[in-house]
Write a protein that binds this ligand. Structure first.
Ligand code: SAH
Length: 341
């Protein structure tokens, strides 16, 4: 079966081509056609030899992902349901910001992490999303929405560090100067806290921003909300964050959803500030986006502001995230995998 050319990093493509008797620089040329000129017909890659063009056409595919459905939000957020070869459908979201357009990429079909507040975990993981499928989420959205993409967040369905190798391959492809050339500071990977992978990530040569889904300031509450905490409790997550910072000098983001009456009291803010003191990080407070199946409620604005003020007062860098796309269930935690059979 032909493999998608979007699965290959520049180096992997080069190795493959050199094995077949072609040249390393051909990989660079092909990257420029695919990612800069957005050409998907190998025969149109006019600076390649006829022999190479025929070889590529015989060996690889270069299709985008077909759209199953598309929804537009009042705030210009667009949610696409893309169809994969094996008939699974995955969601990808395009968000408009002052600084440009950001794509929220799905990394797994379903999710096994089982967080109590997140719609993505309502269906167990069926399989990992390949690097090429992540690349094609970005290229497809860019083409269908006719827009450039300046930022990437790996915050769609799935746990990126449970699909580590594909996610790192994806990042290499979009970061490559001959690829989409999206800088590491314009890419964010969010994890629920898989400690061994946080440590591995600290040793990578490209390091996009790291966000950690914290959501509770103590183990008792966090284990209730996020089962992964039983495997990797908070002290291990915080220690891994310190190692990460020592190696990379990159500031971490802690994500914290405010859940009414669950984790949004002033004492939680105090506990949170004690927990993360000494980590070079900032806290991103996220309003809870309702998911029909769950009983959680959104914290009122006045209490969110009080929580924010308390963290500030205790010397924590903190932001309150604005909501986007909630009217089309495209907001954080509202993405769910849909099967099409
Ligand atoms: N598995 C990764 C990537 C998903 S990112 C992770 O856990 O970080 C999606 C972000 O949205 C995470 O911070 C997640 O905890 C948060 N989220 C999940 N459900 C939510 C909901 N209902 N409302 C708001 N944020 C939610």
């Amino acid at each position: 079966m032909k493999r998608s050319i979007y699965d290959y990093t520049r180096n992997a493509l080069s190795e493959h081509l050199v094995d077949e008797g072609f040249k390393d620089f051909n990989a660079t040329q092909i990257f420029e056609w695919l990612y800069q000129h957005r050409i998907r017909d190998f025969h149109a890659m006019t600076n390649l030899s006829k022999k190479l063009r025929a070889y590529l056409d015989d060996s690889f595919t270069a299709d985008l992902l077909p759209i199953e459905t598309k929804r537009m939000s009042d705030d210009k957020t667009e949610k696409y349901l893309f169809l994969l070869k094996d008939h699974h459908a995955i969601e990808t979201v395009l968000m408009a910001y002052d600084y440009g357009k950001s794509v929220c990429v799905t990394s797994q079909v379903g999710c096994n992490m089982g967080c109590a507040f997140c719609a993505s975990g309502l269906k167990k993981k069926t399989r990992d999303v390949t690097a090429g499928e992540m690349v094609r989420q970005v290229l497809s959205i860019s083409e269908y929405a006719k827009t450039d993409v300046s930022n990437i967040v790996v915050m769609g369905t799935g746990e990126p560090f449970d699909n580590y190798d594909n996610v790192m391959r994806f990042i290499h492809i979009i970061n490559n100067d001959h690829g989409l050339a999206i800088g590491q500071r314009h890419i964010t990977v969010s994890t629920c806290g898989l400690v061994p992978k946080i440590l591995e990530y600290a040793n990578e040569d490209i390091r996009p921003n790291l966000a950690i889904s914290l959501h509770a300031p103590n183990d008792k509450l966090r284990s209730k909300l996020m089962p992964i905490n039983r495997a990797f409790p908070l002290n291990e997550v915080i220690d891994a964050c310190k190692v990460y910072f020592d190696k990379t000098h990159r500031r971490i983001t802690f994500e914290y959803i405010l859940l009414k009456g669950v984790n949004d009291e002033i004492r939680h803010a105090d506990e949170l500030s004690d927990l993360i003191r000494g980590v070079n990080a900032y806290v991103n407070l996220i309003p809870y986006n309702p998911v029909g199946e769950f009983a959680f409620e959104k914290t009122e604005d006045i209490r969110s502001t009080a929580f924010y003020d308390r963290l500030k007062k205790r010397g924590i860098n903190v932001t309150l995230r604005r909501e986007q796309g909630a009217d089309i269930e495209a907001a954080c935690g509202q993405l769910r995998m849909k099967d099409k059979h």
